[in-house]
Design a protein around this ligand. Structure first.
Ligand code: F6P
Length: 359
């Protein structure tokens, strides 16, 4: 009987996941004669019954160009479930899995690192549109998101110009501003706000005013959802200002299974403040999940394919507790333990390039 390996996708979906699944299945079956079991809905599929299916060549035919994940996903955290780890180990045994490939972002890979410590043969594949996973130059999904955001910024430009407005475009990026900085530079943004570089609202407004004094009557500002903002309000004694704490703008107070809050709305706060302080008419748009949907770019299909093929090699070579990562143009192993609990901030150099075009 051939050996069996499992694959799951966890956390937020992103374009390129199906490229990984297809590559894992084809490499496993054609090169190593492994049987591949698809675990459905992320870690939930290893905690509950009936959430797995065999993946053969037919199942992965025609999925390369499709967004999302044919395995579905969830933000289930097995370490928050009663006997979670024990149940996962038992389920893997029951399915006859010699190893598991876990495709996901910081949370999924964090769980993978801990399960490796518990004796599970596991290989990680980094995924997120945010591109903030430590130890890999790029994650797939990011390039697609940047292109979607750039296209949106291009469209926003023409309407901003027609109306002489300041348009604020909010993009995703919980901890880091990779999408904002790259889509902002590529789209010719007049100011970019990212979590790594806290700026004063006065600085943003001054920059916009300077631009408008030069005769440019419109501006496009790009902001990452994870930017913290400090507002000041008139205090009780006349026009004395009371400084407020820096804060994240959130949709509600609910946390997910990994303790993350749902971000969103900084664009609106920023547009309101800019209009109040500069007198220029301002509008905002939140790109949201549009950035995560649809067909992956060629870059993301390539990266997903390379990651998938190499992850199966790692399984075959017994390189467990590792993550496939892109360094330069090579796919190399990184210790899961080393990459989790860290993020990869936007390079200073990239921010300095962006600044050249502010104002
Ligand atoms: O981590 C990727 C990401 O798209 C973030 O940019 C965003 O804050 C988050 O996922 C949204 O998560 P959810 O799908 O749970 O709303």
């Amino acid at each position: 009987m051939s050996e069996r390996i499992g694959i799951l996708t966890g956390g937020g979906d992103c374009p390129g996941l199906n490229a990984v699944i297809r590559a894992v299945v084809r490499k496993s079956i054609i090169k190593y004669r492994y049987q591949v079991i698809g675990i459905l809905e992320g870690w939930r599929g290893l905690l509950e019954y009936g959430l797995s299916e065999e993946l053969n060549l037919d199942k992965v035919a025609g999925i390369l160009h499709r967004g999302g994940t044919i395995l579905k996903t969830s933000r289930t955290n097995p370490f928050k479930e009663k006997d979670g780890v024990k149940r996962i180990i038992e389920k893997m045994k029951a399915l006859g899995l010699k190893a598991l490939i876990a495709v996901g972002g910081e949370d999924t890979l964090g769980v993978a690192a801990k399960l490796y410590d518990e004796g599970v043969n596991i290989v990680g594949v980094p995924k997120t549109i945010d591109n903030d996973i430590y130890g890999t130059d790029y994650t797939f999904g990011f390039d697609t998101a940047v292109n979607i955001a750039m296209d949106a910024i291009d469209r926003i430009h023409t309407t901003a110009e027609s109306h002489n407005r300041v348009m604020v475009v909010e993009v995703m990026g919980r901890h880091t501003g990779w999408i904002a900085i790259e889509a902002g530079i590529a789209g010719g943004a007049d100011f970019i706000l990212i979590p790594e570089r806290p700026v004063d609202l006065d600085e943003v407004c001054e920059s916009i005013c300077k631009r408008h004094q030069r005769g440019r009557d419109f501006s496009v500002v790009v902001v990452a959802e994870g930017v913290k903002i400090k507002l000041s309000e008139s205090g009780s004694r006349g026009d004395e200002k009371e400084e407020k704490e820096e804060m994240l703008v959130v949709q509600d107070q609910k946390l997910d299974a990994f303790g993350h809050i749902r971000l969103g709305g900084i664009g609106k706060v920023l547009a309101t403040e800019i209009e109040k302080r500069t007198g220029f008419e301002a509008r905002f748009v939140i790109l949201g999940y549009v950035q995560r949907g649809g067909s992956p770019t060629a870059f993301d299909r390539m990266l997903g394919t390379r990651f998938g093929v190499t992850a199966v090699d790692f399984v075959h070579e017994g390189k467990f507790g590792k993550m496939v990562s892109l360094q330069g143009n090579k796919i190399v192993p990184m210790d899961l333990k080393e990459v989790t609990n860290k993020t990869k901030p936007v390079d200073d150099e990239l921010y300095e390039i962006a600044e050249v075009f502010f104002g």
